[in-house]
Ligand binder design. Structure first.
Ligand code: IMP
Length: 189
């Protein structure tokens, strides 16, 4: 039995990433762009849960969505659920400026994936702890990659390591593996 899953996103790169991870389980992904309101809340899980319900109410079936963000300790969790907006407006230089006199550099990347399949709901969250660097480093990746060093030893940033290695411990890589485990446990794959 082939599982057909619609990925609701405005980002085609994400669809390719999910397709690459789920292809070996015979999952067919379809990119759909259906606008829906994202609720204002500090929790990714709530954004995803409300998003699933809104899309279900619009009649969508067998679909998935995701939301991710960077939560910085020293900034009380900012940019968090506002990460996309903060990346567009402040960018990495703006975040480093906010961090100028802050000693606590700890941060976590979180990725929450939600799926609605045969009227069942799955919500999983992958978390990757790390440190905010003093300056940008590396040219690979996107978004906050040049200022985020995974782990607590101040090693290379996400923008300095190959994508396959990043996926081994990134928030999205972990969330995708959790999703696969759930799909297996519920016999969808
Ligand atoms: P989204 O909700 O997955 O689109 O992510 C929100 C924002 O977080 C994006 O605009 C990115 O700037 C940032 N972000 C999410 N995942 C990553 C990542 O793996 N590396 C760097 N930035 C990321």
């Amino acid at each position: 039995m082939t599982l057909h899953l619609k990925v609701v996103t405005s980002n085609p790169g994400k669809v390719r990433e999910y397709q690459a991870a789920l292809a070996e389980y015979g999952v067919e992904m379809e990119h759909v762009h259906v606008p829906y309101d994202e609720v204002q809340t500090s929790y990714l899980e709530e954004v995803v849960d409300k998003g699933l319900k809104a899309l279900y109410a619009q009649g969508l079936r067998n679909f998935m969505i995701d939301d991710s963000g960077l939560f910085i300790n020293g900034l009380k969790g900012f940019p968090g659920v506002w990460s996309a907006y903060a990346q567009k407006t402040l960018g990495n230089p703006g975040i480093l400026k906010l961090m100028e006199n802050i000693k606590d550099r700890a941060a976590v990347f979180k990725c929450c994936i939600g799926a609605c399949i045969s009227d069942q709901t799955i919500i999983v969250t992958g978390v990757c702890p790390g440190l905010i660097t003093q300056k940008e480093a590396g040219t690979d990746g996107f978004g906050y990659d040049p200022i985020f060093s995974p782990g607590m030893d101040g090693g290379p940033t996400f923008a300095m390591i190959p994508i396959a290695e990043k996926n081994q411990y990134s928030h999205r890589g972990i969330a995708i593996r959790m999703l696969i485990d759930e799909l297996k446990a519920r016999k969808f794959i």
